[in-house]
Design a protein around this ligand. Sequence first.
Ligand code: PMP
Length: 281
Amino acid sequence: RIVYVNGRFVPYEEATISIMDRGFLFGDGIYEVSAVVNGRLVDNEAHLARLDRSLGEIGIRNPHDAAGWTRLEEDLVARNGLTEGLVYMEVTRGVHERDFPFPPAEVAPTVVMFTQAKTILASPLAERGAKVITVEDLRWKRRDIKSVALLAQVLAKQQAAAAGVAEAWMHEDGLVTEGGSSTAFIITEDGRIVTRPLSTALLPGITRRAVMRLAEENGLTVEERAFTVEEALSAAEAFYTSASAFVMPVTEIDGTRVGGGQPGPLTRRLRGLYLEMAGAG
Ligand code: PMP
């Protein structure tokens, strides 16, 4: 397994980062994840644009332009012979003696990249549908930034794992914000696809955007509004999206069956459209 660290491709076992790295000490860094299907990156330009935006929001210099990132990603995919899975990218504010304010400008950001093989297309979970639990959203107020400080999501997703379910949907003031690592959607009885509008309360999901576009191109109605946990429990269908899950049907929320406990027809259609877009054919 070959990984990338600060300009070099090295065997995973030889890759090291300083204990003074600000990503390690402060969670002072940004990450991004792109899917790979049939050896090709999925919607990668949008992921790189979000990476650039996240870095800009916290004042870390982006060490590569989109073309540079893409070359590194494609090189890493090739070196690992990856046909299906994920590319993970992380940029931290670099290595400096521990102190809260930013280090001097000459301190270079740390860059780490690795791949993970993962079956995305032929997903048994997507066939039978995922169960989710709801948990309070314990995060900070800039969730639009893809920060590596993920403690609230670690705790939320551990609760989900302990409950034997696939994902935790986080809520605040009774309204669903998003999944621990996904965007939450419901579908109303009259077939409207509902997801929360973008704001600082949630991450602008790249898969969310693609699914919304595909829905609209196919004559489906998308409604951007917040929804309550109660509305989700009585929705006709529910699903979540992410670069690694694509479109994942939800069949149970907090032990209550959604849509008769089967992946819903519109959700299946959206998954199909997304798979097609991702070049799964
Ligand atoms: N929300 C959160 C909190 C996430 O961690 C993710 C996964 N990156 C998403 C939404 C989905 O985003 P994307 O579709 O870009 O993977």
